[in-house]
Design a protein. Sequence first.
Length: 274
Amino acid sequence: MDRKVCLLAGYDKDNIIQDYVVFLVQELSKISDVYYFADGNISEKELSKIKAYTKYSESAPHMGKDFGSWQYLVHYIGWKTLETYDEMIICNDSIYGPMTNIEDIFDYMELRNYDFWGLTENYHSNYHLDSYFMVFNQNIIKNCKFQEFWKSITPELGSKSYETVLTPFLTELGFVGNSYIKNYKKEDQLAYPLHLLKYNKMPFIRIKSLKSPENNLKEPLFYIDSRIKNKTGYNTDMINKHLSANKDFKGFGINYYLKNTLDNVKNKMEKLFS
């Protein structure tokens, strides 16, 4: 079995290791050595929630967002150690899951012999793989240009800039990459979590899609909640608990669905008789 290392970037506005993050770390630790670094001031008490599942877990405020955290972990671990792994994963905690067997996806992608891959692809700005979950093989890990890329990161450019640069950068070096789920319509794939889960066994749901569904979701929350409960073993209480910290949270699942339905009916009636 290939040896994998996972660099997990974290962030929580309240400096809490949320339950969904504990579960994410637990599952990732089953397939890889997990190193966690968060942007913030997370207490040792909070970090202790994931200590048993990580090789390293720490936090410090910085301006580099995900790529800044990954850069820190690259420096902490060192290329001499990283080069001993067959695959390097970069991941962040902006996702709920995994809700399906992630090892099946690794098996599927490894048969295709890609040098690097991601779960989804994006056409915003330019074609690139979404960086919330990307995998690089040993040929890339040992490449001096790839190692220089991580040294060159500065906070001013932000994570999105580096995300759009990384895929074409590796392609220009001659490496072959692809996404697990193809984006033939060139739209926001993560706005359709129900479709991805049902037809592609997508292991993750983007938090932003549930946190701000009016802008980032194109499917009913009720059906997503039902699908997770009926077709996966994922505990949706972790989602509710995390989202409830958001002051604008209106509820996830059936209660949200019914409330919105009643609100819509009420608004239409008020307009009709006003």
